[in-house]
Design a protein around this ligand. Sequence first.
Ligand code: ADP
Ligand code: MG
Length: 231
Amino acid sequence: MELLKLQDIGKIYVSEGNVSVGIRGVNLSFDKGEFVAVTGKSGSGKSTLLNVISGMDTYEEGEMLVCGEPTSHFMQPEWEAYREEYISFIFQDYNIIESFTVLQNVELALMNIDDKKERRRRALELINRVGLSSHINQKGSKLSGGQKQRTVIARALAKDSPIILADEPTGNLDPHRSLEIMTLLERINQMGTTTLVVTHEKELVNRFAKRVVSIEEGRMVSDWTGGYYHT
Ligand code: ADP
Ligand code: MG
């Protein structure tokens, strides 16, 4: 059974009397362990798609199934439980606490571990995995973009959720750092985490994605798997 299945999903935004389509008629399925790039022009609905999948945005049309279970009837508490169990979200603008050190930021994501020593041990292990061991005591504000994003990824790893959603995680990084972050995401994916990455950087798409979903004006226009990706 698919981990996620979107059936004819539509999200419409209404603000100040204006109605705009976020996404419309989207049909997609994701299996455990897939690595998927989501591409499309600015304003095409990429963030909307990730926000709907993450349960941060509700949807008005269609049905999203999680391990076969419908979600259209979910209320706030059910969405919160879903996010807690399934989702780690990585944004473009590194959501870490600037006044906290790398270690403190990662430990914050491990508060479910009561034992302080064990929490620290686990935090150090995750920091090591993202290659930040030499920066554990550096404040968030003193980190480079790539280092901030690594800290965010360490926190995502702390959650150990089955789905990682990354919305333009390399949008503010130079090509070299972008490659490093994508390599890190790929490594996490290889351990079985379903990974959806929004990016319009063709080179990254070609190098990493095994599947590419393209969106135009809220509609899915292609869902490509295998081979080399051209547009
Ligand atoms: P992308 O991430 O591909 O740039 P978005 O998903 O952010 O695109 O936006 C898709 C469409 O939905 C755009 O027309 C955008 O203006 C609209 N939209 C997105 N978020 C909101 C919002 N909170 N309120 C109103 N309209 C929105
Ligand atoms: Mg966006």
